[in-house]
Design a protein around this ligand. Structure first.
Ligand code: NAG
Ligand code: NAG
Ligand code: NAG
Length: 392
């Protein structure tokens, strides 16, 4: 981090200036935040090559099963790396085990480097552990899988149902979480109209999360994008009923959204309840495909807000496009919009009249990083990378 040497001198200068003004409270400047790494950058989504080579060398040296788990080590950028390896050659054999190794209230990024394998477990990243990365290998996204199979109608030993929110295979309650090159799955399959089969793969309630090339697989209620500002880039999300739901403020860019609906289904169900709230789901440059017809969104909240821009929609969208949750009052309160979308599914001839065809000006607030206040927590200097979109 080249900026490090620079920041102290700025702080030093500020110190004298502020001392002169007698306003010590202002010492919590943006620079101080940056020094603590309080933003997500590409470095947070990768493990340095040298680190990988060192690990591989040890594996290839014939040490094999005798290999002793090394103490957690550091990546080039100084962040701690914890290796998860099913066969016991890393620091932990489970993902949760690695999360448990992170101290409460940590102030530095910790990269959990997950080696290929099927990890059958539920994982919780508690709110007390910010700055955690889940990192797989870019060439093994589909082979690095965290999977479980809880559904809403499952019961605790005391008899009460666990409910949808507690079904998530991976639940992230902390801020500044990011993940790449892994698959998160809930294997429960909901047949059309089945009760109690809500089964989330991922739930995020933490603020400021970025997911890059993550696959989120499920059936009903796959991704509980619950609250906070989130950036989903080049992700693959699959399901049938309300499979992206919650009340977050999220930008889905270059994502592959795949419907497996049979007869009934919806991509999104957004839960905004008042005009004053800034939450919403914005899909930009996404590919919408799959095998079954779905709504673009249903109005879970009275002021639900969902916009699709520059998307390709295959013939999997119900002609009416949008659903008001059987509450006519919501027709005039929701913001359901489409801008510059193409493909058979984007034909607006049969759309409900209360959905909107947006102009470029209307769409503008939903197109960029501003929608998720990205300037405040994302530092993605270089362009994403050369890999073609949707190729995951
Ligand atoms: C049953 O147990 C769960 C999990 O411990 C708890 O959250 C829930 O409140 C309990 N329900 C009743 C009725 O005690
Ligand atoms: C939705 O999120 C907003 C913040 O953007 C919050 O004020 C509101 O309470 C949330 N509503 C629901 C239904 O969760
Ligand atoms: C319309 O969407 C396409 C992608 O399908 C994009 O390449 C093009 O720039 C968009 N046009 C405008 C005016 O935004």
């Amino acid at each position: 981090m080249k900026a490090k040497a620079f920041i102290p001198s700025v702080s030093f200068l500020c110190f004298w200036v502020l001392l002169g003004l007698g306003t010590s409270g202002l010492l919590q400047s943006d620079d101080a935040d940056n020094e603590l790494g309080r933003y997500i950058s590409w470095e947070d989504l990768s493990v340095a090559k040298d680190f990988r080579r060192e690990r591989n060398l040890k594996h290839d040296n014939g040490v094999g099963q005798e290999y002793l788990a090394p103490a957690p080590s550091n990546d080039e950028d100084g962040s701690r790396v914890i290796v998860v390896e099913k066969n016991g050659r890393g620091d932990s054999v489970t993902v949760q085990g690695a999360v448990d190794m992170v101290p409460e209230g940590n102030s530095q990024r910790v990269k959990i480097f997950i080696q290929p394998g099927i990890y059958r477990e539920k994982v919780i990243v508690p709110s007390t552990k910010p700055y955690i990365s889940f990192i797989g290998h870019q060439s093994y996204v589909g082979k690095t899988v965290i999977t479980w199979s809880d559904k809403a109608s499952d019961r605790y030993t005391n008899g009460s149902e666990i409910g949808t929110f507690r079904t998530a295979t991976v639940r992230v309650d902390s801020d500044f979480f990011c993940a790449t090159a892994i698959t998160i799955k809930n294997t429960v399959v909901a047949e059309p109209g089945e009760i109690g089969k809500q089964a989330a793969a991922l739930r995020i309630t933490g603020d400021k999360s970025m997911l890059y090339k993550v696959r989120v697989l499920g059936s009903q209620d796959t991704l509980n994008d619950e609250s906070g500002s989130h950036y989903f880039l080049k992700c693959y999300i699959e399901g049938n009923v309300d499979f992206i739901f919650g009340n977050a403020t999220s930008l889905y860019r270059d994502c592959y959204i795949r419907s497996t609906a049979e007869g009934i289904g919806s991509i999104a169900a957004h839960h905004r309840d008042a005009e004053s709230e800034n939450s919403g789901f914005s899909f930009v440059n996404c590919y919408i495909g799959g095998t079954g017809k779905v709504y673009l969104a249903r109005a879970w909240g009275t002021h639900s807000r969902v916009v699709y821009s520059n998307c390709y929609m295959a013939d999997v969208i119900k002609p009416s496009g949008w659903d008001d949750w059987e509450d006519k009052a919501r027709d005039s309160e929701v913001l359901f919009g489409e801008y510059n979308c193409t493909g058979k599914g984007a034909d607006r001839t049969g759309r409900v009249p209360w959905s909107k065809s947006l102009t470029q000006d209307d769409a503008k607030p939903f197109l960029g990083m501003k929608f998720i206040s990205g300037d405040k927590w994302l530092r993605l200097k270089t362009s994403d990378n050369k890999n073609s979109q949707w190729s995951i």
